[in-house]
Design a protein around this ligand. Sequence first.
Ligand code: FES
Ligand code: FES
Length: 184
Amino acid sequence: MKIKHSREYGPFAPRIDELSDIDPSYKRVRCTLNGIPVDKMVDTRASLTDFLRNDFGLTSVKKGCEVGECGACSVLIDGKSVDSCLYLAIWAEGKDIWTTEGLVASDGSISIIQQAFIDQAAVQCGFCTPGFIITATEIVARGQRYDRSELRRLLAGNMCRCTGYENILRAVEEAIEIEIEARG
Ligand code: FES
Ligand code: FES
């Protein structure tokens, strides 16, 4: 039986716990997304990338290679940067997920790493940038310095066609220094 996506139902939508009885290829997922609890029925075959983009409009999560090579789809899951194209949406059950949209505070202020990317002009076309910001957020949160070769290795899962990487490395180094200073 073909089922419409849960958000396409109008006022006569079946209860959320009934949908998986109607079509077992749909499952309920409850997780925290950018600090907000969410509860959705998802296609068991859907990637987390599609879940975030299509169900929540979080288009900072880019579709690049879709095979785990470029890192454009990176999101934080329980504090770790993960390629969301290789992660099934149903695996998000109980997880704490952050995308770049969630790094902007309610007063509009941006995170240390986002500001560092601006300061160091670490962006050209911008397609790779949200993925780099996510991976860098995990690195910066460790509050620890790395030398250039370590930093290159930590960022190796993210690819950029434009910048030559130099400014990105400088941005991450700048953000790490600010983070360490803030911790005293
Ligand atoms: S789109 Fe996921 S790694 Fe390239
Ligand atoms: S800024 Fe264009 S791909 Fe990285």
